[in-house]
Design a protein. Structure first.
Length: 125
């Protein structure tokens, strides 16, 4: 799936989770940019609004994932933004989809889960 123009933004405050998610996506031949909080993600996305896919943790310092998702939507509404959270409770998926996320992953998730996201939202990959 080598593709230098298709970059993925991973927004995750826990360094270990950030590393694991980055390595999974990079194993698919895709470059990854990482951010540790919502404000950093907005700055990165503002400078590179051509990023087609964002994996967004929900519980983040400075600006939570929902707030960051809303700001990204103001910059480029059609960006695919996937909510990811370790705090998966009944009804969370529905709430996050209603909030505006395109999809949802509960941690821990696998490489196969990520591949399913790509297949669902990007037919070209």
């Amino acid at each position: 799936m080598e593709n230098e123009t298709f970059r993925v933004l991973v927004v995750e405050d826990h360094k270990y989770n950030q590393l694991v998610i980055r390595k999974m996506i990079e194993s698919l031949g895709l470059p990854v940019i990482t951010a540790s909080n919502g404000k950093e993600a907005i700055g990165i996305f503002s400078a590179a609004p051509d990023i087609p896919l964002v994996f967004m943790d929900i519980k983040l310092p400075e600006m939570n994932g929902i707030q960051a998702m809303n700001e990204i939507r103001k910059i480029k509404p059609d960006t695919v933004i996937i909510a990811e959270t370790a705090y998966a409770m009944p009804g969370d998926k529905e709430k996050l989809l209603e909030a505006g996320f395109d999809d949802y992953l509960a941690k821990p998730f696998t490489l196969e889960d990520i591949k399913q996201i790509f297949r669902k939202h990007f037919a070209c990959l």
